[in-house]
Ligand binder design. Structure first.
Ligand SMILES: [Zn+2]
Length: 175
């Protein structure tokens, strides 16, 4: 559960376009964004479900907490939901908001549960800025602000999107 958040960069490196490139004002070195700034939920958004840090720690498992509330990324391939092909709905593990339908799930080959589209009004996004070169788009639960993963524009069909989710941040309800 201490996987580096930068793991999600790897699948998108080959498809970097101008939108992903930023020239920072500070020193530029090769490679990944070393000083990536983490977006903090709640800075400008208001959420329906608001809990104190102590409450989140009490209601989530430690693994859920470090992803949902501390923006960590689970190890690729660590979630049993990654290979799950059952029909059903994926919910936020923090507040039970319905987030994704299994009908939009696909095997992206990355080791993280991937979807090409969220349910209506289920998630929100914000840009992550990098001091050096890369930005990526963070995805969080619209209802509680819990960090879910990232979205990339590197898939052809049907939306061209890859919602790269942490399985530990999701719960699955068959049916
Ligand atoms: Zn939530």
């Amino acid at each position: 559960m201490k996987g580096p958040a930068d793991f999600c960069y790897a699948p998108v490196m080959a498809t970097i376009n101008r939108r992903h490139l930023l020239l920072g004002g500070a020193a530029v070195v090769g490679g990944y964004a070393v000083f990536r700034s983490l977006p903090m939920a709640g800075a400008t958004e208001k959420f329906e479900v608001v809990r104190s840090d102590a409450e989140w720690r009490r209601t989530l498992t430690s693994d859920q907490y470090v992803v949902l509330r501390a923006h960590k990324t689970e190890w690729a391939g660590s979630s049993p939901l990654n290979g799950d092909k059952r029909a059903g709905v994926y919910h936020c593990a923090g507040c039970q908001q319905a987030l994704f339908s299994s009908s939009t799930k696909y095997d992206s080959g990355t080791g993280w549960p991937s979807f090409w589209q969220p349910l209506d009004n289920a998630v929100a996004t914000r840009d992550e800025t990098a001091l050096l070169v890369l930005t990526q788009t963070e995805v969080h639960c619209r209802r509680c602000g819990g960090h879910l993963g990232h979205v990339f524009e590197d898939r052809p069909k049907p939306t061209g999107l890859r919602y790269c989710m942490n399985g530990i941040a999701l719960t699955f309800t068959p049916g």
